[in-house]
Design a protein around this ligand. Structure first.
Ligand SMILES: Nc1ncnc2c1ncn2[C@@H]1O[C@H](COP(=O)(O)OP(=O)(O)OP(=O)(O)O)[C@@H](O)[C@H]1O
Length: 311
């Protein structure tokens, strides 16, 4: 479990993390989202005990990270931003070194080494110097060091940054598989990653926690929530007719691809009446979609509103 209370970090006059309180429980993958410079990395460094807070507290599995740093670090796996490691070491040497530092008993150490190497498919690079690995491979080695001691709490700063689509898929699968009994906090700029992985999202901007909700709760705040969109060449008068349906609040046509989006009035379901009208018109639909809401739009709305309200 991770718990923070009014956690704050100042750099001179800048407050990089501003009174952030949240709690992440076992079984949850919590996504940390925010614009550049929002304070995500600083927040993770505070929880990892790499930085001291200016005020407030952070606990990992009940251990205060300032007063009980060793106990807190023992149960924590951390992949820092950019996955720094020792370039001159070979991958095998580096992981063996981390295992030794973690003081795993010999039998368990062997098992964990094998599990992690297989899970992250590191077999082919074990004898390679870390400095000569590509960015994606270095990140996988960084992930390996974060999970090698099978920690109860895992904190990953942009874990799929620089990975190709197949590697991204593999790492997300791995995180998902580890999530069941662990508490996982990941920072990311990728909204599709939040949708694929996270049970909760924390949105931060300028050091402040602005939202703490499940992805579907955030999607429900989007103006696209419950809208119906479709592509239909030769739709002609159809948008106007759709606009006259009593359940419909408005219709928009994308100026680039011509896609039509129909918005419901509050509390109205419009899929059926829209489909019926389109059928009556005899339109050839390429596809029709009931929108869940768009996280990118909600993210922009929350973070820009906050920015506008700041001096
Ligand atoms: N050592 C430092 N000294 C002074 N200011 C710092 C220091 N470290 C971070 N900051 C500032 O604190 C703020 C938060 O930075 P942080 O790296 O935590 O943001 P972030 O959300 O991780 O950004 P990104 O998404 O770009 O990685 C930024 O304004 C940054 O310039």
């Amino acid at each position: 479990m991770i718990e923070t209370e009014h956690l704050t970090r100042r750099y001179g006059s800048l407050t990089a993390v501003d009174r952030i309180s949240f709690r992440a429980e076992p079984g949850q993958v919590v996504g940390l989202l925010g614009p550049n410079g929002a304070g995500k990395t600083t927040l993770m460094r505070l929880i990892a005990g790499f930085l001291l807070p200016s005020a407030g507290t952070a606990r990992v599995c009940g251990h205060d990270v300032v007063r009980e740093p060793l106990a807190a670090r023992r149960v924590l796996g951390y992949l820092p931003e950019g996955a720094p490691s020792y370039g001159e070491m070979r991958v095998r040497e580096f992981l063996t070194f981390v295992i030794r530092m973690r003081r795993l008993p010999a039998e368990h150490a062997r098992q964990r080494f094998e599990r992690v190497v297989a899970g992250l498919q590191l077999e082919d690079v074990l004898e390679q110097n870390i400095a000569t690995l590509s960015k994606g491979w270095r990140r996988r080695v960084g992930l390996a060091q974060a999970i090698v001691h099978d920690p109860a709490v895992l904190m990953l700063d942009e874990p799929t940054d620089g990975l190709d689509p197949n590697q991204k898929h593999g790492v997300r699968h791995l995180i998902d598989a580890m999530a069941r009994e662990r508490t996982i906090l990941i920072s990311t700029h990728l909204l599709e990653e939040v949708q694929a992985l996270c049970s909760r999202v924390l949105i931060v901007a300028r050091g402040r926690l602005l939202a703490d909700a499940a992805p579907h709760e955030l999607e429900a705040r989007s103006r696209y929530h419950g809208a119906v969109s479709f592509s239909a060449p030769g739709a002609g008068m159809t948008p106007e007719m759709l606009g006259r349906l009593p359940q419909v609040a408005g219709v928009e046509i994308d100026p680039i691809d011509g896609r039509i989006t129909v918005f419901p009035r509050p509390g109205q379901r419009i899929l059926e009446p829209v489909e019926r009208l389109l059928r009556e018109q005899g339109l050839e639909l390429i596809e029709l979609q009931l929108e869940r809401g768009r996280l990118d739009e909600v993210f922009r709305q929350i973070t820009l509103e906050h920015q506008a309200g700041q001096p």
